[in-house]
Structures are given as C-alpha cells and as structure tokens.
Design a binder for this molecule. Structure first.
Ligand SMILES: Cc1cc2nc3c(=O)[nH]c(=O)nc-3n(C[C@H](O)[C@H](O)[C@H](O)COP(=O)(O)OP(=O)(O)OC[C@H]3O[C@@H](n4cnc5c(N)ncnc54)[C@H](O)[C@@H]3O)c2cc1C
Length: 439
C-alpha cells in the first residue's frame, strides 16, 4: 500500500519520513523547484519561511513539551533541529539552510520515498492522500481543498521579520547577552533610552505599509506586525519584543535600558541575525529608514526584508477528526481516505505543523499495518492539538492555535506555582508517550 503526500514542507516531510521508516512506500509531490509560493525561496524541503526559532525547548512551556514528545516518537524535524541548532538561550533555533538541507537529504535518499516534482492542481485518486500543502497552498489545489472542506473564506495574515548582515551591526552600541543570563551571550541587544524609543515609536506608527492585496486587517495575534503592535499603544512593545528586563547594558554600567531590541543568530556561521518579533509589512524603504533609528542598527544592511502573506486554513472542526482525517466520504472518486497535515489544519507554528504531520504519519502507518490508531488524549501535547482542531467551537469561528497548556487536560490536583504545575503536566504527558503501546 502506498501513501501520497502533497507538499514537502514541515508536515509533509515529517509524515513521509515516519511512513517510510516503517516500510511504507510514499509518493511525495512537491512543486519546488519548478514553482514557489510567495514566501518560499529555497529549492530545499521543510523551508522555514520566517523566524529560525522553533521556540522554547523547556518543559515548563507547552511547545517545549511538544518537542520532547516528538523527539521520543522519532521526529525527523526535531532531529534536524537538534543537529543544526544555533545559540538562542532557552529556545531551539536553527541554521535555516542547514536545517532544510538535513531534512532534504534524509528525504531524497530514502529508498521508500518517491519524490515527484509537480504543482498539484487536482486531487489524485489514490487510497491514502495527505494534503500538507501549507498556509500558502498554491494554484488550483486551493480550490480543490475548498471544495472538500467548504473553507475558502478562512484565513489570516502572517508577516516575516527582516534579517540583518551581522557585520553591519554597531557593537560599540549594542551588546551580546541572553535575558537573565540564560544560555550565555546568545543575542545581540540594541538598547534604547526613553528619547530614542520615542523617536523610533513615532516613526514606526507613522511609517507607510506595503499594499497587501485583499488585506482586511485580520492578523494572527501571536505573529503580529511590529507596526500594528506599536499602534495599540506607546508602551505595548515594551511588554513584548522590546522588553528590557534581564538585559543590563554593559556600555552603561550595567543599568537596565528603557527598551531593548534583540537580534537572534540566523545561521551557523553567525553572519546573519534576525530581529526578534519584528514581523512587518512596511514598505522596504520604510523598513530601512525606521529600523535604522534603532541604536546599533543605523548602518545595518537588511539582507531579507519583512513581508506579509495571506495564511489559509480549513474549517477543521467541521471536517476533520482528531486524527486529522477528512470526513467527506466521496472526496476522492474511488473512496480513498484524505488526511490533512500542517498549518492548513489550523495548528499554528513550525513545531505544531510538524507535530500534526507526525501524528498523521503514525496513524496512517498503523492503519495500513492493521493496528488500532493511537488515541493520544489531551493529556499529551500531541493529542491536545488534534482535539483542538477537530473540536474547537470559538462561537462558530474557528481560529488557529499554538500549542499551550490551556488546551491540554488540567491536573486533578491544585498546584499554586505555574512553573511547577506546567512541569507536572509535562511529566504526565511524557510518561503517557513513553508507555504507549505501539504493537
Ligand atoms: C508568511 C508566514 C510567516 C510565518 N512565520 C512563522 C514563524 O516565524 N514561526 C512559526 O512557527 N510559524 C510561522 N508560520 C506558520 C507556519 O508554521 C509555517 O508556515 C509552516 O511552514 C507550515 O508548515 P506546513 O508543512 O504546513 O507548510 P509549508 O512548510 O508551507 O509546506 C507546504 C509545501 O507545500 C508546497 N505546495 C504548496 N502548494 C502546492 C501545490 N499546489 N502542489 C505541490 N506542492 C505545493 C509548498 O511549496 C511547500 O513546500 C508562518 C507562515 C507564513 C505564511
């Protein structure tokens, strides 16, 4: 039995690799390098379109737990991230080219994976189909997805942060440090006085945005353009990406600045840095002008500018079960099963997209081998995601979601300390994953 997967992104690669590693043939169809979405630029698979961070790697954070679960389930994406990581404090950040290169070579060299370079326009009539074509699903395939899920009106906007040439950052003004010294000197920090912040803030809220076709203002709260955040109030950025706490400035006798812009290493050789939390859709000339007001970045060269893209997802609660399987019986003429994986299901983020791909890979493999599906339960982060996308009500308006402890089953006991409580939830989840019966 063969499985056909559309899209060699994070979810598609994760699902393909798991299936192939368990002896199942995979046809993996990817449009690159013949065609690209507006955000993808590399011919490699599993491309990270914006940040190079897979966020926290700590068990007190839900995304840290999700990674730990995936690690123990044999995730290719987390293996690649662990192998290509760059310093980033408590976060797992990667050399983006090394990361995609690692995954591409594992996928391309796998004897069970047959790669087909093609832009899919109609759904192939196959026994098992996984649609993992991402938030920027290209061309007529988007109409096919809408046809079988009635979801063409669901979308939000996601922006990308700029990347800077490290040699052009003025280190006589900025300094290396991680917040509260956690993780060493992993970030470059650009400190601001109150006056410098005000100049930057006023320029930012008045700067001209690029026109985005059809943009209705529905941005994803967790990835909001910096200029939108600034417009919410003078101090909003000070509680977000420009938070100064834990970052004493050695150029000013160790005092805490009024605000700090952080830059995170973007590649293994540390020649590129991205500006943390600076997703933007300002015009390129405006990005150059406004971001050069940040102390330390006055002569900075932007090697990749921020842009904004429409990010489409399906109405999963109406159409998917907790194993991400589509419920339309005649979606394919011969009655084949259709699964969705990745951001298109309404899970939000690199790790979550990969996790859904892993869950789909595991359960299709089990089904083909005649075994019961794994019922993860919302006591695990893997299970909580599947339950969220198949069940969320949100007053009839389904919204994408990052993994968080709020969508996981709470503990029976009351624990006052949040850290301790999260750790306990994580330990319970990892025990469940460890004791799953894969026979
Ligand atoms: C602009 C933007 C910025 C984002 N920034 C972040 C971020 O900083 N951090 C974060 O955690 N998440 C971010 N996300 C969200 C999300 O985690 C990523 O988009 C992630 O890559 C989704 O993984 P995926 O496997 O679902 O899709 P993708 O990784 O996009 O993979 C889909 C693949 O399908 C291929 N494809 C598409 N259409 C077709 C077709 N018709 N035929 C054949 N192949 C096709 C594409 O070429 C691509 O390789 C961002 C999303 C967008 C749109």
């Amino acid at each position: 039995m063969k499985v056909t997967i559309i899209g060699a992104g994070l979810a598609g690669c994760e699902a393909s690799y798991y299936l192939a590693q368990h002896g199942i043939e995979v046809d993996l169809i990817e449009q690159k390098p013949n065609d690209y979405t507006d955000a993808h630029t590399s011919p490699d698979f599993a491309e990270l379109v914006c940040s190079n961070s897979l966020r926290s790697d700590e068990l007190t954070c839900a995304v840290g737990l999700l990674k730990a679960e995936m690690r123990s389930l044999g995730s290719l994406i987390i293996e690649a991230a662990d192998s290509t990581k760059v310093p980033a404090g408590g976060a797992l950040a990667v050399d983006r080219n090394g990361f995609s290169g690692y995954i591409t070579s594992k996928i391309q060299s796998h004897p069970k994976i047959n790669i087909m370079t093609k832009k899919v326009e109609t759904l192939p009539d196959v026994p098992y189909l996984v649609i993992a074509s991402g938030p920027l699903t290209n061309g007529a395939l988007a109409n096919e997805v809408a046809r079988i899920t009635d979801s063409d009106s669901l979308h939000f906007y996601d922006a990308i942060a700029p990347i800077i040439d490290a040699d052009t950052i003025d280190m006589s003004v900025s300094y290396k440090a991680a917040r509260y010294g956690k993780g060493g000197d992993d970030y470059i920090n650009c400190p601001m006085t109150r006056e410098e912040y005000d100049v930057f803030y006023n320029a930012l809220i008045a700067a001209e945005g690029a026109e985005v076709k059809g943009f209705e203002g529905n941005v994803f709260e967790g990835c909001m353009p910096i200029e939108e955040m600034a417009r919410r109030g003078h101090d909003t950025m000070l509680f977000g990406p420009l938070k100064p706490v834990g970052l004493p400035n050695p150029h000013a006798g160790g005092t805490i600045p009024y605000a700090v812009v952080q830059l995170r290493q973007d590649n293994a050789t540390a020649t590129l840095y991205n500006i943390v939390g600076f997703q933007t859709h300002l015009k390129f000339a405006e990005q150059k002008r406004v971001f050069s007001l940040i102390p330390g970045l006055c002569n900075a060269e932007i090697v990749r500018y921020g842009v904004m893209h429409r990010n489409t997802f399906i109405n999963s609660p109406a159409h998917l079960d907790k194993w991400y399987k589509n419920n339309l019986p005649d979606a394919l003429p011969s009655g084949g099963e259709v699964y969705f994986a990745g951001q298109i299901t309404g899970v939000e983020g690199y790790v979550e997209s990969s996790a859904s791909g892993l869950a789909v890979g595991i359960n299709i493999a089990r089904q083909i081998m005649g075994k019961d599906k794994i019922d993860w339960t919302p006591q695990t982060a893997m299970g909580a995601l599947g339950c969220y996308v198949s069940n969320a009500s949100n007053n009839g308006r389904f919204q994408p979601m990052n993994i968080n402890f709020g969508i996981m089953e709470s503990l029976n006991e009351r624990i006052k300390s949040k850290q301790e409580k999260n750790l306990k939830i994580s330990q319970r989840a990892l025990d469940i994953i460890e004791n799953l019966n894969f026979d």
